[in-house]
Design a protein around this ligand. Structure first.
Ligand SMILES: NC(=O)CC[C@H](N)C(=O)O
Length: 229
């Protein structure tokens, strides 16, 4: 399975994502610059955190116009796995690949600390390694993590089980304590907390590993059943 880690001017969690894939899965992974126009070689696209384009206008508002984003949309359409973390989540909402938006934290302060997340949906390529309702410790580091969408969208998210994680103790004012969501099909996930910063006990938590392992397992299951057919 081959992973791409996108790099925008101002990304700062790209190395963490790369290391998380390398150390947790030992699968091939490449950095892919925002100007790239071909992602066909990759099975999973990681859109990492950071301050792309200095967070000018709104977090992710400029990055969504990067050439590589048309390829991310194509990959999502093909059913490949796309995971946006923090600034990556912001970019995916700006690009229209995930519903809703991320607003300034209710406190108007940048929040950087561990949070506890409850796994709301584990029937998903990204979370199968967790129990439903399991509480995991994953850090946040953001100024604009306050998830918002309109009532109709929220009802749809609930109905389609697109709410993947909720905060236990809301750090930013997010609607309905939402920390991470998927698209309707379930192959695109965005989340504000950073699983790639929780893949070793030396980092304070290993609870993020399950996401990377889930992705690989989902891909292998798909791949093996395809080759049996
Ligand atoms: N760690 C991050 O990706 C931060 C995202 C964005 N720059 C924010 O402050 O909200």
């Amino acid at each position: 399975m081959k992973f791409a880690v996108l790099v925008f001017p101002g990304s700062n969690c790209d190395i963490d994502c790369y290391k998380a894939v390398e150390d947790t899965l030992n699968e091939p992974v490449d950095y892919v610059w925002h100007t790239a126009t071909d992602l066909s070689a990759y099975d999973c696209i990681l859109v990492p955190g950071g301050f792309s384009y200095g967070d000018y206008l709104r977090c992710g508002a400029i990055s969504r116009f990067a050439p590589v984003m048309a390829e991310v949309a194509k990959a999502a359409e093909q059913g490949k796995y796309v995971l946006g973390i923090c600034n990556g989540f912001q970019i995916l909402t700006e690009a229209g690949l995930l519903p809703g938006t991320l607003r300034r934290n209710m406190s108007l302060k940048f929040r950087c600390h561990d949070t506890v997340l409850r796994v709301e949906n584990n029937e998903n390529p990204f979370t199968s390694q967790y129990e439903k309702g399991q509480e995991i410790k994953i850090p946040i580091a953001h100024g604009e993590g306050n998830y918002y969408c309109d009532e109709a969208t929220l009802a749809k998210l609930e109905e389609n089980k697109q709410i993947i994680f909720r905060y236990v103790g809301n750090p930013n004012g997010s609607l309905d304590d939402i920390a991470g969501i998927s698209n309707e099909r379930g192959n695109v996930v965005g989340m504000m907390p950073h699983p790639e910063r929780a893949v070793d006990s030396l980092l304070g938590s290993e609870d993020g590993k399950g996401m990377f392992i889930s992705i690989l397992k989902a891909w292998r299951d798909q791949h093996e059943s395809a080759s049996i057919r």
